[in-house]
Design a protein around this ligand. Structure first.
Ligand code: GCW
Length: 680
């Protein structure tokens, strides 16, 4: 339907008769070896898909028929199949799958197998995807495995159903009606996640409420965990560090106090009694007013390890956030996490992941990669991306984020020789880490289409794909998503893939070009606010970041300034130290330069800044034109919604350009170049 609820799992009818026939020739019936809730989920999905593609019922056969789809984990397969698949099994890990056309008892069949139940679910979604993409399936031979272990969504959802930085309605968790009411949305949420390999969900906001750890709520959490389990999705909760005092009646939350440690162990045991595969805790401590071990003069390591010890007997993990910066610390905010954590590399327990945002400030349209990546070889480091567009136009602007995430993942940290990319830090290969993860702050809410902007779905989808394979290119993601979500018609897919890819640079250009950052309006972070200077903390103002004055603009992070650059490897320091050699996209992140500073193209900084803002606007104009030609390919509901949103985006791109240039002009004291139209 046009409301977008089905996401990328539309299973649209196959109208081409030849294609339809070629599929039906390969899909006579479904047969299962063994039984489990996951196999049921997989079968059900095949039925749904079959119904959508062919408007027909797929039969569940009591014996294996010619051209059957056969499901079963390794342990349940008969010897004859095992011996055919031996070398395939060597190619996959515990969560991987094999999708293969083989001959069994003289019959051609399509086998979906794996070492564990969840692998079958992933393999099933892969088969359905092959059909959605109109690929040939008569000679399938696919082995695929995730490269990262913990692929989790972080919901910043509060118990009152508001969502911090949520722009798609309220929280989908209906706590009031849980555990008794299981909404269809929970199941469809699990299907969507499983289809892209997401295997964990943190239900609650990192700005945590201790109440979720009370018995009443644990029962509700258990109900959700029961729904998600067959889809291979583990549930996690945020642990408020002061919970022992707030709900446990203790006088302290000191992580070294025996009664506090005992309280967390007991609490953890209580949770596992209800949810045996509970994933563990996510913690934001001593950051932006959240309680933490620092309140008791203890370290982050003390805090994280205490929780890790409580979880270890159950194989649970702690995701401890590195997003710490303190108002008492006068040092450049960009430096604080590195200064805090690098000295304790190697001190965290094995079941702790340090969760690091992609950049050192905060989910900006563009940031250099966080210097912690590669700098703590003896610590499990996981990535935190933000899917919800806090600083990127909320759910009004079309911005394809995997393009940005790919840029970060591909960056060379130079911490282990060359080609030590962020992706290699995250998948553990760089320093041989055993526990790996990637988190995405969810953009999901009660909106009918889940994400508000129809293209917000692509960011959820793309996050899952990159968490599965951080080496995947974003172009592939756009094409798959567009085909599954809209149509396979090339007249649509090619121009739209280009639009999506270009949308990222567009937003950088009309909001924060050339390395500018954090100049959004205060608090809500929507729209321009380079003038923001009166805030409770200096590092929440805009002037702190752009430092525009009569002499120039930009944050000097070289040795003459905050020296944040010294937190990167020498190769990067060398290259970024000079405004002549630093990539221009990071120029003002590291340098404060005169307005008339002459850039690569021979024009001065002021003119270049203006051109970038103008380019951003023009890019959005182009997006509008491209979309206007897509009407023949899209249902009216989605067409009109995207068209309207793109108009808003254009209006606001101009707003950004005009507001920023007029504001900065009071310092540059230079004319606006001719190519900037007079503000309307
Ligand atoms: O991006 C900032 C947001 C806060 C958020 C914080 C964090 C959950 O403005 O709303 O709090 O980061 O990541 O902890």
């Amino acid at each position: 339907s046009g409301n977008g609820y089905d996401l990328w799992l539309r299973y649209d009818k196959i109208t081409d008769v030849h294609l339809k026939q070629s599929y039906l020739n390969n899909l006579s019936s479904v047969y299962k070896f063994g039984a489990s809730p996951s196999l049921d989920v997989a079968t059900k999905e095949l039925v749904t898909g079959f119904h959508g593609f062919f408007e027909a019922q797929i039969s569940k056969a009591a014996k294996i028929e010619k051209n059957a789809i056969v499901l079963g984990t390794k342990e349940n397969l008969p010897q004859e199949l095992l011996s055919i698949l031996n070398s395939d099994f060597e190619k996959i890990n515990e969560e991987g799958y094999i999708l293969k056309k083989v001959t069994y008892q003289g019959k051609k069949i399509t086998i979906i197998t794996a070492k564990t139940d969840v692998g079958i679910v992933y393999g099933t979604f892969r088969l359905l995807k092959e059909i959605q993409l109109h690929h040939e399936i008569s000679a399938l031979d696919i082995q695929d495995s995730p490269k990262i272990q913990k692929r989790v969504l972080n919901h910043w959802d509060n118990l009152d159903r508001t969502v911090e930085r949520g722009y798609a309605g309220f929280s989908i968790w209906d706590w009031h009606h849980l555990p008794d009411l299981i909404k269809t949305e929970y199941i469809d949420y699990a299907r969507a996640n499983a289809s892209i390999g997401i295997n964990g969900t943190v239900l609650t906001n990192v700005n945590a409420n201790a109440l979720v750890l009370t018995e009443q709520y644990i029962t509700k959490v258990k109900a959700l965990a029961d729904v998600f389990r067959p889809f291979g999705i583990q549930v996690y909760l945020t642990a408020r560090f002061s919970a022992p005092m707030e709900i446990g009646g203790l006088k302290t939350a000191d992580p070294l106090a025996p009664e506090v440690r005992a309280w967390w162990s007991k609490k953890t045991n209580e949770i596992y009694a209800e949810i045996p595969d509970f994933g563990g805790f996510v913690v934001k401590a001593n950051s932006e007013g959240q309680p933490g071990p620092r309140n008791y003069d203890r370290s982050h390591v003390d805090g994280a390890n205490m929780l890790a010890d409580a979880l270890a007997p159950h194989k649970g993990i702690v995701m401890w956030r590195a997003f710490v910066y303190s108002e008492e610390n006068p040092d450049d905010r960009a430096k604080q996490a590195y200064s805090e954590f690098v000295p304790v590399d190697g001190d965290f327990r094995e079941n702790v992941l340090l969760q690091v945002k992609n950049g050192a400030i905060d989910f900006q349209p563009r940031e250099p990669f966080h210097p912690l990546f590669g700098a703590m070889p003896d610590t499990n480091i996981m990535m935190e991306f933000q899917i919800t567009q806090e600083y990127l136009g909320f759910s009004s602007h079309l911005v394809f984020l995997p393009k940005m995430w790919e840029e970060v993942l591909n960056e060379d940290t130079f911490t282990h020789g060359e080609n030590a990319t962020v992706a290699k830090v995250i998948d553990g290969s760089l320093s041989n880490r055993k526990l790996t993860g990637m988190a995405g702050v969810a953009n999901i809410g009660t909106e009918k289409n889940w994400t508000g902007h129809p293209f917000g779905q692509a960011n959820w989808y793309g996050f899952g794909r990159l968490a599965w394979d951080p080496y995947l290119d974003s172009k592939t993601i756009t094409k798959d998503w567009l085909q599954m979500t809209f149509t396979n018609d090339d007249g649509f897919v090619t121009p739209m893939a280009e639009l999506m890819i270009d949308s990222r640079e567009a937003v950088v250009n009309y909001m924060t070009p050339l390395g500018l950052h954090h100049i959004m309006d205060a608090g809500h972070h929507y729209g321009p606010g380079p003038w923001i200077k009166d805030m409770p903390r200096a590092d929440w103002t805009s002037v702190y970041y752009h430092k525009a004055d009569s002499l120039g603009i930009g944050f000097d992070r070289t040795v003459s300034g905050s020296d944040a650059l010294s937190q990167y490897a020498l190769q990067i320091q060398k290259k970024y130290d000079s405004p002549e050699t630093i990539p221009q996209k990071y120029l003002l992140w590291f340098h404060h330069l005169p307005w008339n500073y002459k850039m690569e193209n021979g024009q001065n900084l002021w003119i270049n800044l203006a051109s970038k803002y103008q380019e951003g606007v023009e890019e959005v104009e182009k997006m509008n034109t491209t979309w206007s030609k897509m009407k023949p390919f899209v249902d009216n509901e989605r067409f009109n919604k995207v068209a309207s949103l793109l108009k808003i985006q254009l209006k606001e791109a101009k707003w950004w350009r005009d507001a920023c240039l007029l504001y900065f002009q009071q310092f540059s004291k230079m004319e606006l170049p001719q190519f900037i139209p007079t503000p309307e």
